[in-house]
Design a protein around this ligand. Structure first.
Ligand SMILES: C[S@@+](CC[C@H](N)C(=O)[O-])C[C@H]1O[C@@H](n2cnc3c(N)ncnc32)[C@H](O)[C@@H]1O
Length: 253
């Protein structure tokens, strides 16, 4: 099983939050899935609690699990400020043991692309199965790979985000370049951080590309049955040009 290689990217949750202030479109999706499948809920790779906190605020019994202490620190601070009693677990989603089972487990916002190899995929599935109630559901939400972007020749470096540095208030500019390896299906992305006038520095982000049929077949061979597939957070039908591939599945009996 390959080690997780995203530690540097997720070392400070305050940067993550500052960078993602405009991402909220998925909350109504998870809110409706929570209503559909019930609680308790487990969010894998919960990060800074971008989704965990609002779902807890809606009254759901939700637990957050993440491998990054920096992300969890921010999540805990925000939850404390809002008086939300959320259990947070520092763990690898490929190897966790909680004394609880869940009606809904989800791994949102492309976090599944951090699962790079077959062993990691199988380990995650095995943990999820152990923690799902008999009729519990598991949701994976990743982008629908766009080959035109992945294999574009000499892709230009482009802007990804701009925000204020949480301590100094200086401008942070992130630009991105990528190289997609067609043999491993890993998209090797580099984010270049430029903070104020200081020299820019690179941070790696390696995303495993899961093609739609590959993902549902892998789930099948790991004893999951697909219940629904959506093409975006508005629950539209999944099709060729869908921006996202959201798979809702349950244990195959
Ligand atoms: C794109 S962020 C998503 C955070 C949050 N769920 C959200 O939607 O804003 C990806 C998260 O995956 C976490 N992560 C990566 N590999 C992991 C692993 N093996 N186990 C648990 N968390 C992991 C990172 O620490 C990071 O917080």
């Amino acid at each position: 099983m390959k080690p997780i290689d995203s530690a540097k990217l997720y070392c400070d949750g305050r940067h993550y939050d500052a960078q993602h202030t405009d991402v909220y479109g998925d909350l109504s999706f998870y809110s409706s899935q929570a209503q559909r499948f019930g609680e308790p809920i487990l969010e894998l790779a919960c990060g800074t609690g971008r989704l965990t906190l609002p779902l807890a605020k809606e009254g759901y019994d939700i637990t957050g699990l993440d491998i990054s202490l920096g992300m969890l620190k921010t999540a805990k601070e925000k939850a404390e400020k809002e008086n939300l009693n959320i259990p947070w677990f520092h763990a690898d989603c490929r190897n966790f043991h909680l004394a609880k089972k869940f009606n809904l487990i989800f791994i949102p916002f492309n976090s599944f692309a951090h699962i790079h190899d077959r062993e990691s995929f199988e380990a995650l599935c095995s943990c999820v199965k152990k923690h799902l109630m008999c009729n519990g559901h598991f949701i994976i939400d990743i982008f629908n790979p766009d080959l035109r972007i992945l294999i574009a020749e000499n892709p230009k470096r482009h802007k990804v985000a701009e925000y204020k540095e949480p301590n100094s208030n200086e401008k942070v500019l992130i630009t991105e370049s990528n190289k997609y390896d067609r043999s491993t299906q890993i998209n090797h992305i580099t984010w270049f951080y430029k903070i104020g006038d200081s020299k820019e520095y690179p941070v790696e982000l390696n995303m495993r590309i899961y093609y739609p049929e590959e993902l549902v077949n892998k789930l099948f061979y790991n004893d999951f049955e697909v219940v629904d597939r959506f093409g975006d957070w508005d629950e539209c039908i999944f099709q060729s040009d869908s921006p996202r591939h959201i798979v809702v599945c349950k244990k195959r009996i």
